[in-house]
Structure formats: C-alpha cells, structure tokens
Design a protein around this ligand. Sequence first.
Ligand code: NDP
Length: 307
Amino acid sequence: MLYLHAHAQSHQWIEAFRSALPEIRIVGPGDDFEPEQIRWVAAWQPESCLFNQFPHLEAVFALGAGVDAFLNRDDLAAEVPLVRLQDAGMARQMFEYIVWAILRFQRDFDRYAQQQVLAQWMEHDAREAEQVRVGILGLGALGQSVAHRLAKMDYDVAGWKRQPVTLEGIEVFSGDQGLEQLLARSDVLVSLLPDTPSTRGVLNAQTLAQLPQGAVVINVARGAQIEDEALLALLDSGHLRGAVLDVFHEEPLPETHAFWHHPRVVVTPHIAAATLIEPAVRQVAANIQRTLQGRPMDGVVDRDRGY
Ligand code: NDP
C-alpha cells in the first residue's frame, strides 16, 4: 500500500498512481486503512510527524528534485531510503526558464522595458550566443541537461560540481579554486545546486564580487544559496546588471522584501520547473516495480551528503 501526501491536485495524483500501479492500493489523508499496511510514502512538502505514523515503511519518494524538506527530520528513520525525482520533465522546463532569463539580458529586453516607460526609441548593439559565457553551479540531473542544451545553442558554457568529470563541449570546474575560475568567466551565473550546508550562502559578497562587471545572476535552485543583502549591494553599485530569482530564503517572498520592487530584479514564485504528474508517477512506479523484483532503485539520496 502506498500513502500519497500531495497538497495540490490530489485527485489527479491518485488517479495516475492507480493506473500506473494497479496491483497496489493507493491511499491518502482521510482514507480508511491501517498504518501498518503502508510500505511506501510519496510526498511533497511533508508535514512534521508524517513518516513515523507508518512502522513498516520501506521507502519515501520525494515528488520533486530537491529534498531539503525531507532531511534532518526526527520522523524519518535513517535506514529508510529516500528517493527523489531525476529530471522527470523538469530539465526541459528549467532550460526554457533559463533561456528566457538569459535572453532578457543578451538581447537587452531589460533595457527596452525601461526605455518604453520613458517612450525612448534607442537601439543597443546585438550580442550573439557565443559571446555570452554561462556558468552553471551544479551539474547534476538538471544542471547537466541545461548545460548541454545551452551549448547546442552556441552559448559558451562551463559548470561547477564537486566531483571533476569530462563533459563534451562544457568546461567543468570543481573545488574552491574552480569556483573562483568559474565566477571570473561567467557573464551569466545560474545556480542549480541542491540546498546543503556546503551550498548555503555560496553566493555572498565575496563570491558575487568575483563575477565580471555587468554579469547577471539567475537562481533557480534554493534561496538560501544567496545572501540577499550582498546581491542587492552589488546590483545597486552597478557591478551586477540584474538578477532573475525564482527561489527565496522565505517563500512566499514577504511583501516587504526589497526584491519585489527592485528595478534590476525579476521575481517569479518558484515555478522554474514544476513537478509533472505523469512522468513523476512513472518514475516512482518504476522504482516500486524494481524493489518488488529485488533490484536497486534509481535516484536514492545520499542523506549524509544532502542530495
Ligand atoms: P542533483 O543532485 O542531480 O545535482 C546536484 C549537483 O550539484 C551535482 O552536480 C553536484 O555535484 C553539485 N553539488 C552539490 N553540492 C555541491 C558543492 N558543495 N559544490 C559544488 N557542487 C555541488 O540535483 P538536480 O540537478 O536534480 O537539482 C538541483 C536543484 O534544483 C534541486 O536540489 C532543487 O533545489 C532545485 N530545483 C528547483 C526547482 C524550481 O522550480 N526552482 C525545480 C527542481 C529543482 P556532483 O555531481 O559532483 O555530486
């Protein structure tokens, strides 16, 4: 039996799970069942004390790519595997969002929007994709896919990850020195890092200042990676040209936050890549089939590492 904890669109999730796993009973809050019968939980934004209601839990499936809400919880025993979504339709949405954000600056749409307010007719020099150096922090399921797609569009792409690897057409940096090198060559900096103790505050006054004059920052990962005051100071001083932010320290972003009205900041409400029901359910169902056949699951999170 699988227990589903999805706040929004619960009905569609239940229907999709029922058709993908007809041999398994799918239940949710309010259904009549014995907690001892639950073998798996699939959840998004799990409330506290959710998991310890089920004494025979075999795995927890996060219905998203980021698992920060599932870590360091008293109700989830260390031996219960935590499994996350890998891409599941999110990489394409991420790519679309990031291309939109890059083009805003590459094609000067930010400047044209300001000019329109002043009824000002003025052209700016065009810049080609190969002249734009994009640096991606985090080259995992999403970062790597986005990097390859941007490289195909002729952007000059590099990335930063913990373990060095060779990726065709993409320069890969790692470690503290690698971060410095990546920052120094990024006209556009994109974060696709998971939220872990070592990524929190990685974009601070010191690191953001290493970006070239006129660089832009796109954060689609987690808000805690950026020190807001440092970003605002570098935008105000003119060192940074702009920021496109989808994620924040506190969500929803408080009404009084300076980001809302800053002329160089674009705010979106954590929508860069939504979980899509069909591919997400297919991935969870495939993992359940694997365990039933005694095979290992894909996407098991290393809970010590945090991603
Ligand atoms: P993955 O776990 O597949 O990839 C994480 C990448 O980050 C890996 O390449 C990893 O390096 C790298 N990394 C982790 N820690 C460090 C570190 N300390 N220094 C350098 N590199 C590091 O994650 P996904 O690509 O699936 O997702 C990334 C994040 O995107 C999610 O955690 C989530 O927070 C966010 N997200 C946001 C969404 C939105 O709508 N805004 C939607 C979906 C996800 P290595 O490969 O060497 O291990």
